[in-house]
Ligand binder design. Structure first.
Ligand code: GLU
Length: 307
């Protein structure tokens, strides 16, 4: 929770989803967010985003925490687990219900797939056709809860990617905050968690750039402050696929954390000297704390890992 006497403090975070072990792609976001917090004399928090319980596992969560420790990361306060935060999500959804900003939706995946296409969202999925926007069709039961986006236009300046503008009705449509399986959606959880932790700066992979307008809109609907955003390039393989467990990204070599860290710094446009790979992780963090510059991070959404 926020310490009210210290509201000007920079607060960053790293928020991995424990759906696999730490890999090079997540290391990039961890390094960039950690170093931005370091150079701003700020706090850096660790949050396990296990809200999508069926895709997450405690084994991966433990492996991520151990892996981060091996790389010499230190975080402020205890690790926050989304599975402990359900009441906070409930109460945020309730506030939105009272303001009629959300509506229950009875549509099944099948019905949505069969409905007339009203356009494609940025992720290639069909835009929500609006079936339940003005009330559930007779005899239908609520399955999910969606946020009304109306004619909202969200604009923000990302510290790496520059100006971003989104008209939500065209880019994403009314989006789900509580899913048909009763789980809270990432978009709601991340907004409530960042606000409750007093996060002032979000540094994360550019694969989430398309989610940010939704999160900013949701912050507005809930009367929350919008943090500053910086989206760093996402590591892809030679085929252009994001490095992740799904694309078979090689697990990080925890026996040689220094080499991986230096490689992550290089990926982020920093210029670590060659000999640094052989140094201890403590020495590498020391070098990085002095030399880190967000301005050097390439303004790319994806970047191929060179080694
Ligand atoms: N949990 C998300 C992921 O691992 C990151 C969420 C965020 O940084 O906002 O991709």
């Amino acid at each position: 929770m926020i310490n009210p006497s210290n509201n000007s403090l920079y607060r960053g975070r790293f928020a991995p989803s424990p759906t696999g072990p730490l890999h090079f792609g997540s290391l990039i976001a961890a390094v960039a967010s950690r170093l931005e917090a370091t150079v701003h004399d700020g706090h850096w928090h660790l949050r396990m985003e296990d809200v999508d319980a069926p895709r997450c596992s405690q084994v991966f969560a433990d492996a991520i925490v151990r892996g981060l420790a091996t790389f010499g990361f230190e975080w402020d306060g205890p690790v926050v687990w989304q599975h402990d935060r359900i009441e906070a999500y409930e109460s945020a959804l309730e506030r939105l219900r009272q303001r009629q900003s959300v509506f229950p939706c009875a549509c099944t995946r099948r019905e949505l797939a069969d409905s007339e296409i009203h356009g494609l969202a940025q992720d290639g999925a069909a835009l929500y056709p609006g079936t339940c926007r003005h009330g559930l069709p007779p005899g239908k039961q609520a399955r999910a809860w969606r946020l009304r986006v109306g004619d909202a236009v969200v604009e923000f300046v990302d510290a790496v990617q520059g100006r971003v503008e989104s008209m939500l009705a065209v880019d994403v449509g009314d989006f789900v905050l509580r899913r048909a399986d009763n789980l809270f959606a990432y978009q709601l959880a991340v907004v409530v968690d960042d606000a409750d932790a007093g996060i002032t700066h979000v540094v994360r992979g550019a694969d989430l750039l398309h989610s940010t307008p939704r999160q900013i809109f949701l912050q507005r609907c809930l009367g929350l402050t919008t943090p500053a955003y910086a989206h760093v390039p996402v590591a892809v393989n030679a085929g252009g696929e994001k490095l992740s467990k799904q694309t078979g990204a090689a697990a990080l070599n925890l026996m040689r954390p220094g080499e991986e860290l230096v490689e992550a710094l290089r990926f982020l446009g920093q210029e670590p000297p060659k000999h640094l790979s052989a140094a201890s992780v403590a020495e590498i963090w020391q070098w990085a704390g002095v030399h880190w510059s967000l301005d050097k991070v390439p303004r790319l959404v994806t970047r191929e890992r060179s080694t």
